[in-house]
Design a protein around this ligand. Structure first.
Ligand code: DON
Length: 304
């Protein structure tokens, strides 16, 4: 597969699209990111790296952290996790509260904010310094010991976390949050504020393309079965209430964040990350979604 020319083609074709969509502003520190940026990286199971544009510019990974927090919670709890979080698409925005009341404080899935707060609560119960565990996993997966969070973004989000706080308190009233709400929100905001670039994130996805084993160092991250389940969840819930349209257009398991990043995986082939800050109405990167659609069209590779 000639990945370099596919990526060059996408980079050229995407230019007019970089004007479309809006940068997330509800976290003030994200509003200042220069919007006209685009990067894309593909890392193969053999470790070959192909990248274009701003693929080495770090960005705020935001909800992409939910994927790696879930890896840690699944490692710790296995299938017991599903007693506290569902695994169905929500059909509502990522920060919606409406389903929580009728469904007794059990969020629909781990990739909406409510679900990620329960996952974070599990990490708080299991780790003495839970702020560091997702960063630690991402350092091991990417091979970059310098992965860390941006303290300004973490503070900015924590100061504007009223909606997430409402969800957390509500779930606590149903007994589905075990730690103090302030603690869970602190840890959650630190996870969302982690900064990485496309190459390191694409590399961090390789274990999912390889049945749970990181091909670069042989470390088993998840069982083959849990790796399959995580990819299925990405396909059905990873891009919020646009997951149906995303699967239709792109045909890959993926996870997005309001920083404009999207990670995706082609089983037995490669990890992918694309980043462009302007978002569509569902909160997914506008140019990023289009670039992934072009990628599966041009390469003929998807899970279908
Ligand atoms: O909690 C929030 O709202 C953000 N830290 C993360 C949301 C997010 O990335 C959803 N992505 N599309």
């Amino acid at each position: 597969m000639d990945y370099p020319s596919v990526l060059e083609h996408i980079h050229a074709a995407i230019q007019p699209e970089l004007e479309r969509g809006q940068v997330a502003t509800y976290i003030p520190e994200l509003a200042g990111v220069p919007p006209r940026q685009f990067g894309m990286a593909v890392v193969t199971l053999a470790g070959e790296v192909h990248a274009v544009g701003d693929a080495c510019v770090p960005f705020s990974i935001q909800s992409i952290s939910k994927l790696f927090a879930l890896v840690l919670a699944l490692q710790a709890e296995g299938d017991a996790l599903w007693e506290r979080v569902g695994r169905e698409p929500s059909g509502t925005p990522f920060n919606s509260l409406v389903q929580l009341e009728a469904e007794c404080g059990r969020p629909r899935n781990p990739f909406i904010n409510a679900g990620a707060l329960v996952v974070t609560d599990i990490l708080c119960s299991r780790h003495a310094v839970p702020e560091h565990v997702v960063t630690g996993l991402l350092r091991r997966l990417s091979g970059n010991p310098e992965v860390t969070w941006n303290p300004r973004v973490a503070r900015s989000e924590r100061m504007h976390a009223d909606r997430n706080a409402a969800m957390a308190h509500f779930m606590k009233s149903f007994g589905n949050l075990r730690n103090p709400v302030d603690k869970v929100l602190d840890v959650y905001c630190h996870q969302c504020a982690i900064e990485m670039h496309c190459v390191d994130l694409a590399r961090s996805m390789l274990f999912l393309a390889n049945r749970g084993v990181n091909p670069l160092n042989g470390e088993r991250v998840l069982t083959a079965s849990l790796s399959k389940r995580l990819s299925a969840l990405m396909l059905t819930c990873g891009t919020y209430d646009a997951a149906g349209d995303f699967a239709f257009r792109v045909g890959l398991p993926a996870k997005s964040g309001v920083g404009g990043g999207i990670v995706a995986v082609i089983p037995d082939t490669c990890g992918i990350c694309v980043w462009s800050p302007r978002l569509d109405e569902a909160g997914n990167s506008h140019a990023g979604s289009l670039a992934l659609e072009m990628f599966t069209t041009l390469t003929g590779r998807s899970i279908f």
